[in-house]
Design a protein around this ligand. Sequence first.
Ligand code: EPZ
Length: 433
Amino acid sequence: MTLAAAQSQEILKPHLSIDGGHPLNGVLKVSGAKNSALVLMTASLLTDEPVELTNVPELTDISGMSDILSSLGVSVERSGKRVRLQAAKLSSAEPPYELVNSLRASFFSIGSLLGRLGHARVPLPGGCRIGARPVVEHIRGLKALGAVVNVEHGIVSAAVPGHVKRLRGASIVLDCPSVGATETILMAAVLADGISTIENAAQEPEVQDLANLLNQMGARISGAGGPVITIEGVKRLHGCRNYPVIPDRIEAGTFLIAAAITRSTLRVEPVIPDHLNVVLQKLRDCGCKLEIDDQGITIKPGTISAVDLTTQPFPGFPTDLQAPFMALMATAYGTSVISEKIYENRMQHVGELQRMGASIRLDGSTAIIEGVPRLSGAPVTGSDLRASAAMVLAALAADGKTQVSGLKHLDRGYDGIEAKLIGVGANVQRFKG
Ligand code: EPZ
């Protein structure tokens, strides 16, 4: 097939066509956090009363989670950014494979189903392009709480033995600070009999958001956001009204990088600065001035210089901003080294950036990026949610037109991204293919 034919095929796929090189100006609004909203929705399984969430982003993943919960008998009413969930009576404890497989966060419902019903059968979430993503820590935690857990034929079956149907408190030490495992164990432990502790817990803001919601529902959790979380089991949880999902720190970081890569002064709001401290420091280190107030951040990029980074669990540099930050480093002065330590295969955006003229050498999961003056537009594909975002950022700064395919990934995690970018002057068009 000729290059032209291949490129024309690329252009036939659903894609964003971005004419790069224009400075941006104005305010980028940040939606509610995808990775918080999804797990907060599964917490509704823990009570028969209504749980109302606000500031929920409008994403395909949220629709997917709504379908999964509905398949269990949860009533889900969505209007704009408000979602009302009620698990008055559950009709099943086994979410369907085809839905779970595409939405990893739905696996975490095994904790809330076990806590509420004393049994659950949840399909193993597949690995994905960025790594194997095992759930060993989730299973170890549930076993420590007294559940009998079997994994066969791709299904994780968990049940509380005997007629008691109630888990018992336990001390759990995680091998790695897994976000999902911490959230799964939290939701299982809140209704257990006795006190549980989770050591080496994930400290991400989304874990804190879940603990805050559970406490509003009557749980007794302390220490969330730190390395040791204590949960005093209670007999039941009640509902919650108008619980606001925290702003999406990864979307906020992506938008701050959009300003930096196009050398534009932009306002990004709302942002909780403490959710992004290491990212904000990296942006300062590479040449951006930040004006931070309690509503948001105004970023003023100067000359962008190369800085090194290594992804780490929170509060370290988040793996979900590794690809977007690499797009920025592709046009920085000097050579930067970016190491991905969380996932074993999260460098697939390197090849696509190279197609746009980036000069990057890859050594396993370490990329050495030699900044170039300008990237050039080309047809590219995002291989996962954050790689797709990185390609959009690169396209905003590149000379000429870029077609970014892989929109099914992008639409999972960025609520109305092209409308937001057009709102600050970007030249973006969506083609449905
Ligand atoms: C959450 O995934 C996020 N997803 C991910 O965001 C994010 O990248 C990740 O946390 C890390 O911050 C949601 O919250 C829905 P982990 P999760 O368990 O919970 C290893 C995005 O783009 N691990 O903290 O699945 C695992 O292999 C997505 O929004 C074990 O070894 O992440 C990985 O290397 C991508 N054993 C590392 O820990 C386990 O039992 C982090 O995984 C569990 C995890």
